[in-house]
Design a protein around this ligand. Structure first.
Ligand code: FES
Length: 105
């Protein structure tokens, strides 16, 4: 089976260090973050409730949900702080020819 395609989502220069953006890619809400120079993409919905992770707070390679302070590891999506207990989906990212690209699973 073919791997899912990479999709351009924004210019690399549009996502500064420490930035968070909520975007929609092919109907999927995606939260994009840049920290430590790397770009991370997670599904833009907390697994505990109806909060957008793109509205959360970046700290120590984690995103903290703005609603109840659940935390998720940006690299794996793993829930690392209650009340969140279920991992959030993570999407592969890369920078190619000046564009941030993601690959929806
Ligand atoms: S909605 Fe995110 S921790 Fe409750």
């Amino acid at each position: 089976m073919d791997e899912p395609a990479w999709t351009d989502v924004m210019p690399d220069s549009a996502l500064g260090e420490g930035a968070a953006r909520g975007i929609v890619v092919d109907g999927t809400a995606v939260a994009l973050f840049r920290t430590g120079g790397e770009v991370f993409a997670l599904r833009d919905r907390c697994t505990h409730g109806a909060a957008k992770l793109s509205d959360g707070f970046l700290e120590d390679m984690c995103i903290e949900c703005p609603l109840h302070e659940g935390r998720f590891d940006l690299r794996t999506g793993r829930a690392v702080q209650l009340p969140a207990t279920v991992a959030v989906e993570v999407f592969a990212t890369r920078v190619n020819d000046g564009q941030i690209q993601i690959r929806l699973a």
